[in-house]
Design a protein around this ligand. Structure first.
Ligand code: ADP
Length: 534
């Protein structure tokens, strides 16, 4: 029998085996609880409502929402009925939102009530959206929109999910930022979500299981919250969804109250939480893993968590094009005898390639470089959940060629197979023909007492082409007490002299991208003339 790998299988398992397990959402009215049994009913009701709105096989349904139960309902109703779930990043600028809704040709848009003000003024520019559904907690009277609860209420709580969906049919789509121009779209086939969900449950990756309670801080619009909601439904894992604009204190409270065992987010989230944990007294003893990725985990951050919670941060690497997980930094058994510092050196890396994928490191001529722990090259990968192209985009061939996905990330692999990223190709600093790793410098600066955040960028320089500039945000209590000469001297003792930035500037905060990463493009623009003037 040829059994297709489709998302329906994930949903049915939670209904038949884990109907009593909970989905907890932090909503404006307080914490709301649903069981997987109720969840299945609501997913079915949504599917009926969407069918009545004319959503059919292959149609795109967009969401513009925080992490909560209604968003999770769309996660399954849409793909299980054969349509495609398009999760839109709510932090994109208006022109990108307009572009991607038109590019995806979304038919229906599900929006959170508090995000409606960002959407309504753009409505006339959406060429294909026929209906806006507002995910509100109460009936709405706004014009030309319907509210979610009224729409689904009273409908049947089961749905005859199509059984002829092919595993290669698209189930979801996400857009990822491009260096220039509009965001690029990646389609996720049912089989990619199926296999990637299985991947998250492997003991050597995140080991997600029924006995866990998972809190994805990573937004459900950022590569499907790294696939966690799909895997959690499948396993019957209790989910805790932090709702709109969660502050670090809200996260700490949920982690404690719901006895969360595994949570996930970008480093800036954990930097923020750390400040709360340092002040308050929270019992996070249930926590077994903090998965962190999206950008490199600063060593100081990982060490602070290890000290505070006795937990190493679980460093993961991935990208939109890979659904997203490709690497996890776990210690091989024979390396557990290493002293703590040497172990931390390994945890700092992006880690080992996950089962199922293939990876090569290529030099600029496209030749494979050895896994010797010192030779740099571009990371290229292929595998069952890695995209083959961008959706309807003539930039695809810049990234997908020779049968491989070219990540644009520059890395080194050691003899054990651990990948360490040194930069994104677009962030690399090239000084006098030599590469300088901004990531290594940032890590060192963030370990300096009194530093909250740091980004090192390339600034044009008349003699050296580019020279590094350190952009530093002091901790609240270190403002005025931090001196740039001390930081640069600290770096001089750790790096070759030509790596050390010529200057450091202090900022109140670093600009962040829509996915919470330091936005070096903005910094480069701002400090473009720093070494040229005078
Ligand atoms: P965007 O580019 O829009 O932020 P992605 O989330 O897909 O979208 O970004 C993927 C990129 O993020 C990777 O190619 C890599 O450059 C970076 N990245 C992801 N995880 C890590 C990590 N653990 N360490 C360093 N960089 C990372």
């Amino acid at each position: 029998m040829r059994y297709p790998l489709t998302v329906r299988n994930l949903l049915e398992r939670s209904r038949t085996m884990f109907a009593h397990k909970e989905i907890v959402s932090r909503m404006p009215t307080g914490v709301v609880r649903h069981t997987y049994g109720q969840y299945y009913g609501r997913v079915s009701q949504l599917a009926h409502a969407l069918t009545d709105l004319g959503v059919g096989r292959g149609d795109r349904v967009a969401t513009f929402a925080w992490n909560h139960h209604r968003h999770l309902e769309a996660y399954f109703a849409v793909p299980c009925m054969g349509a495609v779930l398009h999760t839109v990043n709510i932090r994109l600028p208006a022109e990108h939102i307009i572009h991607i809704l038109n590019h995806a040709e979304d038919k229906v848009l599900l929006v959170d009530e508090d995000l409606l003000p960002a959407i309504l003024p753009l409505r006339d520019q959406f060429k294909t959206v026929e209906q806006i559904i507002v995910m509100a907690d109460h009936p709405l009277t706004a014009e030309n929109v319907v509210d979610y609860e009224t729409l689904i209420s009273g409908r049947p709580t089961t749905f005859a999910w199509p059984e002829d969906i092919d595993e290669w049919e698209p189930a979801g789509m996400c857009y990822t930022s491009a260096t220039t121009g509009n965001p690029k779209a990646v389609l996720y086939a049912h089989r990619a979500i199926f296999l990637h969900s299985m991947l998250l449950c492997m003991a050597d990756t995140l080991g997600l299981s029924e006995s866990d309670t998972v809190l994805p801080v990573v937004p459900m619009f950022h590569v499907n919250a790294w696939g966690l909601p799909f895997a959690a439904v499948w396993m019957g894992t209790k989910q805790v969804l932090p709702g709109a604009r969660p502050h670090p204190a809200d996260i700490a409270q949920l982690l404690q109250d719901e006895k969360v065992t595994i949570t996930a987010g970008v480093p800036t989230v954990w930097l923020g939480l750390l400040q709360v944990l340092e002040k308050g007294d929270y019992d996070l003893s249930a926590l077994r893993a903090i998965a962190c990725g999206g950008s490199a985990v600063p060593r100081a951050l990982a060490e602070a968590y290890r000290k505070k919670l006795g937990l190493p941060i679980l460093h993961a690497y991935g990208m939109t094009e890979a659904a997203p997980l490709t690497h996890v930094a776990r210690l091989k058994s024979h390396l557990t005898i290493l002293p703590p510092d040497a172990q931390q050196d390994i945890y700092d890396k992006q880690g080992l390639l996950v089962p199922g994928l293939e990876m090569k490191i290529l030099d600029q001529a496209g030749n494979e470089v050895p896994w010797d722990g010192k030779t740099f090259g571009e990371v290229v990968m292929r595998g069952p959940w890695i995209a083959a192209e961008y959706y309807k985009d003539d930039r695809s061939s810049d990234t997908f060629y020779d049968g491989w996905y070219h990540t644009g990330d520059i890395g080194i692999v050691d003899q054990e197979g651990y990948l360490k990223l040194v930069d994104r190709a677009k962030d690399v600093i090239k000084s006098g023909g030599e590469w300088i790793s901004s990531v290594d410098l940032e890590n060192a600066i963030m370990a300096f007492p009194g530093v909250a955040e740091a980004a090192v960028i390339a600034c044009p320089h008349t003699v050296w082409d580019e020279r590094p500039l350190a952009c530093v945000v002091p901790k609240a209590d270190a403002k005025g007490a931090l001196h740039k000469e001390a930081i640069l001297e600290f770096l001089r003792n750790r790096f070759p002299h030509y790596w050390v930035p010529d200057d450091a500037v202090f900022l109140d905060e670093l600009p962040k991208t829509g996915t919470g990463k330091f936005d070096k493009k903005v910094l480069r623009g701002k400090f473009q003339g720093h070494y040229m003037a005078g």
